[in-house]
Ligand binder design. Structure first.
Ligand code: ZN
Length: 120
């Protein structure tokens, strides 16, 4: 349903910025190289790749996706370019267990992280 709605809006108003479209299906997973992918099904399909940084966190912190307070060993640092610019990086603390994180994270919050990474 959201899919059709997005298509319809883009047909009538081509070039509508993605943040004004109804939220599409959000995929949130790690790829075979350990990168975190946040993807919103299109049209237009939006996708952000977060690169893991080596090392672990020493103290408990809050995951920025699911907002759970977890021990440092359950969390990792990830980074992504902001607005598609490789020179402007944003660092995030996220669960290492992305599947568990996904079951607690609000799709709206994941979309917020995604859009911050790709919008200029
Ligand atoms: Zn989390």
């Amino acid at each position: 349903m959201d899919h059709e709605e997005r298509e319809m809006i883009l047909e009538i108003f081509p070039g509508t910025p993605p943040e004004l479209l109804p939220i599409g299906e959000i995929l949130y997973y790690r790829d075979e190289e350990g990168r975190v992918i946040i993807q919103e099904k299109g049209p237009p399909e939006l996708r952000l790749t977060l690169e893991p940084l080596p090392g672990t966190l020493g103290s408990p912190q809050v995951c920025e996706a699911c907002h759970r307070h977890l021990s440092g060993s359950a969390l990792g640092f990830f980074r992504h370019p902001v607005g598609g610019r490789e020179t402007h990086l944003r660092y995030l603390v996220l669960c290492l267990d992305t599947a568990a994180c996904a079951s607690h994270a609000e799709p709206e919050r994941l979309r917020e992280i995604l859009l911050r990474g790709i919008l200029t």
